[in-house]
Design a protein around this ligand. Structure first.
Ligand SMILES: [Zn+2]
Ligand SMILES: [Zn+2]
Length: 435
C-alpha cells in the first residue's frame, strides 16, 4: 500500500446541481473529471490521505467578513454555503492536527468576492478563504496569516478584504491586469494606510511558463513569507494558469503546479479557478494532492503536454527577472514609499466597482482611522444601481479604544442618515448588527 509522507486532508464538493448558466465556464461538470481522476489514480486509497465530508457554513461565519446587501440569504445559495463550509472543515482538520495540510476542492470559487457583496463578481459571491481565515482566528486564536493567491486572475476580492489588515499578508501572482479580468493587481497597490506593504501584487505577462512562476516563488514569494513569519499559509489555488485553459493566456503545466505546491507547502489550499475541465484541471489537482502528501509527482502529466506545451520565450524570462528585482527592492529591501498619515486622522477614498456577472455598478466611499495601536476602524458607504445605499462599519480584531469609539459613533450617526441599511461588524465584541 502507498503511504503519504505527510498526512493530507481532502474536502471535495463538486456542486453538481449549481451553475451560473448552462454554458458558463464555471458550471456543474467542472470538478467531475477531477473526481474521476482522483478515484482512478487511487488517491483516496493511499494511507494518510483522508477525505472529509463537507458541512455548510452559517450566516454567522459570513458576517465576520462580509457585508451582504441586503442580507446573506439574498446573495448566497446552498452551494455557496457548502463551498465556504468545506473550507472550514479543511481548517479544522489542520488546526486540530489530524492532518498536516488540507486541500478544499470546492466550488463555487470565492476570491473575487469583496467585503461588501451586492451580487456575483467574477463567478464569486462569498470569499471562501476569508470566511475560513476569520473562523480560524475566532476559534483558534491565530493572528498572522499569509494568503498566496496563484490563480491566473488577480485576487481582487481577497485584496479588498485584507487591504487594511496588517496581520494578513496578501500576495497575488497573476496574469497582468492589462491583459485579463479584473484589470487590477499592479505593484503600486500595496495596502491601506495602516497596512502598507501587506498587499503584494506580482503581475506576469501572458505566456509566462513554469520557469517564470517557480522563479517568482523562489526569489520573491518565499523570502517575503520568511520575513513575515506567518502562523498559517493559505494558497488560493486557481488552476487557470494552465496552457490549456480556455479563458486565460498562461503557460503552466500540471507538474509545474505540483512543484509550486511542494515548495510553497501551504497549510491549506483552496481551489479557485481552472476551466480546462477535461485536459488540465484533473491533472493539476492530482499533482497538487500528491505534492501536499509529499509524494513523487514526476509522473504527473496531462494528455497533451508533449504536443501543446511551449517553453517560456526568453524575452519573458528577462522581463520577469527585472520585475522581481524591482519588487525585491520595494518589499524586501525597504524601498516602499509609505503614505504618511497622522495618528487619529481619517483617510478617505472613493472608487467604482463593477460586478461583471450580475451587471451591478457600485460606488463606494470609504473612511479609515489611521492608527498605530490597531488595524483601524473603517466605514464604507456603498451605493448600487439596484437602489441600495448602505453604510458598513468595521471594528477590527484587537481594536484600540479610540477605534472602537469611532466605530460606534459612525454606526450611530449612520442610523440617523438616509441609508437603506446600516451595518456594524464589531470583531472585538463579536456583535453583528444591521438596521
Ligand atoms: Zn481565475
Ligand atoms: Zn486603533
Amino acid at each position: 500500500m502507498l503511504h503519504a509522507v505527510r498526512r493530507t486532508g481532502l474536502v471535495f464538493f463538486p456542486a453538481y446541481d449549481w451553475a451560473i448558466s448552462p454554458s458558463h465556464p464555471e458550471r456543474e461538470e467542472r470538478l467531475l473529471y477531477t473526481q474521476d481522476q482522483v478515484l482512478e489514480e487511487g488517491l483516496l486509497d493511499i494511507d494518510g490521505i483522508i477525505e472529509y465530508r463537507v458541512r455548510p457554513a452559517g450566516f454567522e461565519d459570513i458576517r465576520r467578513i462580509h457585508f451582504c446587501v441586503p442580507d446573506e440569504a439574498a446573495v448566497t445559495t446552498e452551494s455557496h454555503l457548502i463551498s465556504a463550509g468545506g473550507c472550514l472543515v479543511a481548517a479544522d482538520a489542520v488546526l486540530k492536527g489530524e492532518v498536516e495540510s488540507a486541500f478544499a476542492l470546492v466550488r463555487p470559487p470565492g476570491h473575487h468576492a469583496m467585503r461588501v457583496v451586492h451580487g456575483n463578481r467574477g463567478f464569486c459571491n462569498i470569499n471562501n478563504e476569508a470566511v475560513m481565515i476569520e473562523y480560524i482566528r475566532e476559534k483558534y486564536g491565530i493572528r498572522r496569516v499569509a494568503i498566496v493567491d496563484t490563480d491566473c486572475h488577480h485576487g481582487d476580492g481577497s485584496q479588498d478584504i485584507y487591504w487594511h489588515d496588517p496581520n494578513t499578508l496578501f500576495i497575488s501572482i497573476h496574469q497582468d491586469g492589462r491583459t485579463l479580468y479584473p484589470g487590477s493587481g499592479f505593484p503600486h497597490e500595496t495596502g491601506g494606510p495602516n497596512a502598507q506593504g501587506m498587499t503584494i501584487n506580482i503581475p506576469l505577462p501572458p505566456q509566462t511558463g513554469e520557469e517564470g512562476f517557480l522563479y517568482v516563488l523562489e526569489e520573491l514569494v518565499m523570502p517575503l513569507l520568511e520575513k513575515f513569519e506567518p502562523e498559517l499559509v493559505i494558497n488560493s489555488a486557481g488552476q487557470d494558469n494552465h496552457f490549456n485553459d480556455p479563458i486565460t493566456n498562461m503557460n503552466f503545466s500540471a507538474r509545474g503546479y505540483a512543484a509550486l505546491n511542494a515548495r510553497l507547502r501551504p497549510d491549506i489550499a483552496v481551489l479557485e479557478g481552472g476551466y480546462a475541465v477535461e485536459n488540465a484541471l484533473p491533472y493539476v489537482n492530482v499533482g497538487i494532492i500528491m505534492a501536499m502528501a509529499g509524494m513523487d509527482t514526476s509522473c504527473v502529466k496531462e494528455p497533451n503536454y508533449d504536443t501543446d506545451y511551449r517553453p517560456q520565450p526568453s524575452e519573458i524570462t528577462g522581463y520577469i527577472a527585472d520585475l522581481v528585482d524591482r519588487l525585491r527592492g520595494v518589499f524586501l529591501e525597504g524601498g516602499l514609499k509609505t503614505v504618511p498619515c497622522e495618528e487619529g486622522e481619517v483617510v478617505q477614498r472613493s472608487r467604482d466597482i463593477y460586478y461583471d456577472t450580475d451587471n451591478i455598478h457600485e460606488r463606494q466611499h470609504e473612511k479609515i482611522r489611521c492608527c498605530k495601536a490597531c488595524p483601524g476602524a473603517f466605514s464604507i458607504a456603498s451605493t448600487s444601481n439596484r437602489g441600495q445605499h448602505i453604510l458598513a462599519v468595521h471594528v477590527p480584531l484587537g481594536a484600540c479604544r479610540a477605534c472602537r469609539d469611532i466605530g460606534s459613533a459612525w454606526f450611530e450617526e449612520g442610523t440617523r442618515g438616509a441609508f437603506t441599511h446600516v451595518y456594524l461588524q464589531d470583531r472585538v465584541r463579536g456583535v453583528y448588527e444591521k438596521t
